[in-house]
Ligand binder design. Sequence first.
Ligand code: SAM
Length: 378
Amino acid sequence: MKWLAKAAFGLEGQVSRDLKRLGFEGVTPAETGGVFFDGSPAQAYEANLWMRCADRIMLVMGQEKVTTFDDLFEMTRALPWSDVIPRDGAFPVQAHCARSQLMSPSDCQAIVKKAVAEHMKSRYRVAWCEESGQSYPIDVAIHGDMATISLNTSGDALNKRGYRTWNGEAPLRETLAAALLLGCGWRPSLPLYDPCCGTGTLLIEGAFIAADRAPGLTRSFACDNWPLFPERARTALRAQARERYEKGFERPMRVMGSDIDAGALELCRRHLRQAGLSGRVTVEQKDLRDVTLALPQGVFIANPPYGERLGDRRSAAAVERGLGQLYLRHPGWSLSAISSDPAFERNAGLRADRRRRFYNGRLECELLSFAPRPSHHT
Ligand SMILES: C[S@@+](CC[C@H](N)C(=O)[O-])C[C@H]1O[C@@H](n2cnc3c(N)ncnc32)[C@H](O)[C@@H]1O
């Protein structure tokens, strides 16, 4: 079966690497933001549990060129809906169109809804679809006249891990935070320190990676009760993920952080509690200019304020200068910071060894990485 791991712009590379590591075949980039892969329903369930950087796992029902509503109707009606959706299943439809002849998402939604209903009525020999049962959300993406029709097996986006209750001022999406951690050269054997930890997203995602905790371990998915996904396989995959976490939780981990703002830290502590990580991740209230660590090596990671608003530029520049000094005070430590500020390097007084482009929401950002400087031993 063909699946699509939807992902935000810039995260597709990491999603492809993660899919290959999970052993999937046919891993190919999709034009519409994501990565296709082949596998069984049980494997797709595993992807829901384990993918750290994907937004949703979709079951691809069909892909075809469409230029008229008739094309869309015929394509949709011919797809094997009744193989997946039971007689009483509900099937809400969502459509998006871009650079295509069919431009109206609401009309496309109505056409697809009607075509699926036609299919279901004829297969189940009923006069109407009750839609009183479980939900099977249908997604229609038409890009440059190519329609991809799929079922959303995840339900809520996968960045919703279940530990965040209140968002704070400028939180990082969990999927982006995980991608930054996986791409910055950190590995769990190294200490990790976030000097602008805010509500704690980078620290929590880092601790999850260090403890081998499946990001979806404590949440549910839309497909949890779909007959297509065998219950035994689902139960076994969840049990295996719990076992891996129990073992991983015992491993030594050094994940730490600080923030100048007491309110942000309160949220951070709440999120740590909700993620089951109290006591495993240490945070304290501190200006980053006062951070001094005695450990000989490690990784600083930061999502500092970007100074997007005019009045905030000076304080953002001061934080960037502080990050530069923090890095220089700690030979043996690398620094990776994500920012949309083109003056970051100038303000920090450093030149990045590596830069990668990401979007934080709509903001184009760079992850700037500064390699560890050798420590001088006497
Ligand atoms: C963009 S937010 C970080 C959001 C965080 N990644 C999250 O997921 O919640 C930037 C953080 O930098 C902190 N900050 C600003 N100036 C600071 C300073 N001088 N020292 C330490 N933290 C500072 C702010 O309090 C804020 O929490």
